[in-house]
Write a protein that binds this ligand. Structure first.
Ligand code: GLN
Length: 193
């Protein structure tokens, strides 16, 4: 039976995640309401604009249902989604789901590094779980993870900073694995379900 994975489809690049999840072998379902969270094995919060996503989540009274979902099931947040999962958000500060013990600084690479594609050498833990070999990573106005909690596992780094981290059941990436052809990050998330 394929895993049933929701993709929060309020704003951002949810369509690319739907395609990447299906490529990794999951059944991907767009989520726009509390009712659509029922029966899912996990959820992806895509990249986009975290302030806008947060505003829509509040307008639709979805913030608390998402938090409750995250207390029971794994969530994978990419870029804006990682910002929403973090416990501390700076530059500027904003409210979040607080499901992962992480401090993030938004738009932290500055103007010159608005967007870039790099190759990452996996940490041993990533290589062991997801497979060896360099991984292409697309960064778009990315946050930097400034602190990880004691339970966190750093799976990928860029310039020394964590860019793929798990904390308990959840996974956060500051880059966009849904925009590259390599399915390893989505497969890793499916293994966590
Ligand atoms: N800069 C965006 C934010 O702060 C995130 C960008 C992205 O998701 N690619 O929400």
């Amino acid at each position: 039976m394929p895993k049933r994975v929701g993709v929060l489809a309020l704003q951002g690049d949810f369509e690319a995640h739907r395609v990447a999840l299906e490529r990794a072998g999951a059944l991907a379902l767009e989520v726009r309401s509390e009712a659509e969270l029922a029966g899912l094995d996990g959820l992806v919060i895509p990249g986009g604009e975290s302030t806008t996503m947060l505003r829509i989540l509040k307008d639709q009274a979805l913030l608390e249902p998402l938090r409750n979902f995250g207390r029971q099931r794994p969530i994978f947040g990419t870029c804006a989604g990682a910002i929403l999962l973090a416990s501390e958000v700076a530059h500027p500060a904003q409210e979040s789901l607080g499901l992962m013990d992480l401090a993030v600084e938004r738009n932290a690479y500055g103007r010159q590094l608005d967007s870039r594609v790099v190759r990452l050498v996996p940490e041993p833990e990533f290589a062991r779980r997801a497979g060896p070999g360099e991984l292409e990573a697309v960064f778009i106005r990315a946050p930097i993870i400034r602190r990880v909690g004691p339970r966190a596992l750093v799976l990928l780094r860029y310039q020394g900073d964590p860019v793929l981290v798990s904390d308990g059941p959840h996974l956060a990436a500051t880059f966009h694995p849904e925009l590259a052809a390599d399915p390893r990050v989505h497969k890793l998330f499916l293994e966590m379900l």
